[in-house]
Write a protein that binds this ligand. Structure first.
Ligand code: ADP
Ligand code: MG
Length: 478
C-alpha cells in the first residue's frame, strides 16, 4: 500500500526525504548534518525543520536549504517553504530510520589491496597507503606545508567548516608534494572512513573532462563531483593552456567551495606564477593558503635516508647513510630509486652496500653530478673555483658542463650559463675578465651583459630568484 503525500505524517515525509538526500550528497556530510534532524512542525504549505545545534541549523539553512526544499517537494509538491530552528532536545535523538546512517564497511581493511577510494563514476588515482602524514619527515623546509596538511585533514568532516580552502602546496620535483597530498587523503579517511575523497592528477582530470565532453556527459560529471568531501588535484601546472578543462575546473571549484568542501592543489610554482591558467582560476587557487616545500637540509635528508632504508629492510652503515644524505641534493625520488637498486644488488650479490658500491650506482643514475664522499663537506666548502660553480649549475639545471662552457645560444643553456657567471661574480668575487677567460675566452663585456640580464630577471621573475636562493644555499652563502 502506498501512502499518498497528503496522508504522510512528518516522520514518514522526513524519512522519504532523507532517503533521497542520502543518494545526493556525500555520506560524510549526510551523517554529519542530518542524523539528528527532524521535522518539528508541518502544515499543507510549509515544514519547520529542527536541528540539535545552532551550527547545524546555520549549516542546513545556508548550504542545504535549496536541496532540502527540492527533495521535500519531490515527495510532497504542495510544500512551498522550509523553515529551520534549533531544538536542543534533539542532541540525544535517534533517527527514525537508523539504517540510513549506518557506517559503511571500511574498504581499507581489505587485505593486500592498494587503497582505493572512489567517488562513484569519478576517475580517481589510487591513494597509496604508504604515504602518510606520520611517515613524512618534517624539517624546517617543509614544516609549514606538513602542518597545513594536518590542519586540513583535521578540519574535513569536523563540522567546523574548512580551515584553509583551497590549500595550495608548491615546490620542485621530488620534494614530497604527492606524498603530502596523498598523506592528507589518508589522514582524512583515517578520521572519517565515510569521507569521499577524490585524488587525481591534472592530466587525469583533463582526460576525464575531454571524455565527458565527447560522450556528452559533462553535466553528470559535475553532479558527481559535488558529492565529494575533498577534491585533491596534483600538479596543476599541467592545466596550462587547456582552456576547456580550466573552465570545468572553475565551475567545479565554485560548486565545492560554496558548499564548504575542501580543495587541495599542488604545483611546481605558487598560484601567481602559473602562466597559461586563466586569471579567474589562478586567483581562486590562491584564495586559501599557499605553502611551499623546499629541499630538506642535510639533517632532514639523513632522517629520510634512515626511514626509507628501514622501510626496505636495508641495513646501511653510517658512512653509506652519510654519503646518501650528502649527495641526494635535488630530488628525493632519486633516493628511493637509489635505495631500491642498492637493495636489489644486495639481494643478488649478498654483499653489504659500501660507499663505493653505492657511489657506482649513483653515478649511473646521475652522470652529471659531482660526488661528495666526505658527507657533509659537499658543495659548501668546495665552491672555491669556477669548476665548482659549473658543476653545481650543471647539476642544478641538468645541463652537461660542456654545454655550459660551449657556444650554444639555446635559451635552456644560455640562462644557466649566465647564472654561473653571476655566481662567479658575486660569490667568488671574480672580475669579468677572469670569468670570461674561464668560460672559453669570452670578452668581458659579454660576461657583464649576461650578469646584468640575470639581475634584471631577478627583479621580475620570482622563479629566477628562487633558483638563485637555492644555489646560494648549496654554496653556503647566507
Ligand atoms: P613530488 O610530488 O613533489 O615530486 P613526491 O611526493 O613524489 O615528490 O616525493 C618523492 C619521494 O620522496 C617519495 O617517495 C616521497 O615519499 C619521498 N619524500 C619526499 N619528502 C619526504 C619527506 N619529508 N619524508 C619522507 N619521504 C619524503
Ligand atoms: Mg608529485
Amino acid at each position: 500500500m502506498s501512502t499518498t503525500p497528503m496522508a504522510m505524517d512528518k516522520t514518514e515525509l522526513w524519512d522519504a526525504v532523507l532517503s533521497r538526500l542520502s543518494e545526493k550528497i556525500s555520506r560524510m556530510e549526510f551523517c554529519t548534518w542530518f542524523k539528528k534532524v527532524q521535522i518539528d512542525e508541518m502544515n499543507h504549505e510549509a515544514i519547520v525543520i529542527a536541528c540539535p545545534t545552532e551550527m547545524n541549523r546555520n549549516w542546513l539553512e545556508t548550504k542545504y536549504r535549496a536541496v532540502i526544499l527540492a527533495n521535500v517537494r519531490a515527495v510532497n509538491p504542495q510544500i512551498g517553504e522550509v523553515f529551520f530552528r534549533v531544538n536542543l532536545k534533539l542532541a540525544d535523538a535517534q533517527p527514525s530510520n537508523p539504517s540510513l546512517f549506518q557506517k559503511k564497511p571500511n574498504p581499507r581493511k581489505l587485505p593486500n589491496k592498494p587503497e582505493v577510494r572512489l567517488a562513484e563514476g569519478i576517475e580517481s588515482r589510487v591513494i597509496h597507503a604508504k604515504f602518510t602524514l606520520d611517515n613524512f619527515i618534517v624539517g624546517e623546509e617543509n614544516r609549514l606545508a606538513h602542518a597545513a596538511c594536518l590542519a586540513v585533514a583535521e578540519s574535513v568532516g569536523s563540522g567546523q567548516g574548512t580551515k584553509y580552502n583551497p590549500l595550495f602546496v608548491y615546490g620542485g620535483v621530488g620534494l614530497g608534494k604527492t606524498h603530502l597530498l596523498q598523506g592528507t587523503a589518508n589522514e582524512i579517511m583515517r578520521r572519517n572512513p565515510d569521507a569521499c575523497i577524490v585524488y587525481t592528477t591534472s592530466e587525469r582530470f583533463t582526460n576525464e573532462i575531454i571524455k565527458g565532453i565527447r560522450e556528452r556527459k559533462g553535466e553528470n560529471l559535475r553532479k558527481k563531483y559535488r558529492r565529494v568531501d575533498a577534491l585533491i588535484i596534483d600538479d596543476v601546472q599541467f592545466f596550462e593552456g587547456k582552456e576547456q578543462t580550466q573552465n570545468e575546473l572553475f565551475n567545479t571549484f565554485n560548486d565545492l567551495f560554496e558548499f564548504g568542501k575542501q580543495i587541495i592543489f599542488s604545483a611546481d610554482r605558487p598560484p601567481a606564477e602559473l602562466t597559461g591558467i586563466s586569471d579567474r582560476l589562478r586567483s581562486r587557487m590562491g584564495w586559501g593558503l599557499s605553502v611551499d616545500v623546499q629541499l630538506p637540509n642535510y639533517e632532514t635528508r639523513m632522517a629520510i635516508v634512515q626511514a626509507k632504508s628501514r622501510e626496505l629492510g636495508l641495513v646501511l652503515g653510517s658512512d653509506v647513510q652519510d654519503f646518501l644524505a650528502a649527495n641526494v641534493r635535488r630530488n628525493l625520488r632519486e633516493l628511493e630509486n637509489l635505495l631500491t637498486q642498492v637493495h636489489a644488488e644486495l639481494e643478488i650479490t649478498g654483499a653489504s652496500p659500501t660507499v663505493q658500491s653505492v657511489a657506482k650506482i649513483f653515478r649511473k643514475l646521475n652522470p652529471n653530478q659531482n660526488l661528495s664522499v666526505n658527507g657533509r663537506s659537499s658543495m659548501r666548502s668546495l665552491a672555491r673555483s669556477t669548476d665548482d660553480i659549473i658543476t653545481l649549475i650543471s647539476e642544478f639545471y641538468q645541463v652537461p658542463a660542456t654545454e655550459i662552457l660551449g657556444k650554444s645560444r639555446k635559451k635552456e643553456i644560455v640562462y644557466p650559463r649566465q647564472m654561473a657567471w653571476l655566481l662567479c661574480k658575486d660569490v667568488l668575487k671574480m672580475s669579468y675578465e677572469s670569468i670570461g677567460a674561464d668560460f672559453g675566452g669570452k670578452n668581458h663585456t659579454t660576461i657583464m651583459h649576461g650578469v646584468r640580464k640575470i639581475k634584471k630577471l631577478l627583479e621580475t621573475e620570482r622563479q629566477v630568484a628562487r633558483h638563485l636562493h637555492a644555489l646560494h644555499q648549496d654554496l653556503g652563502v647566507k
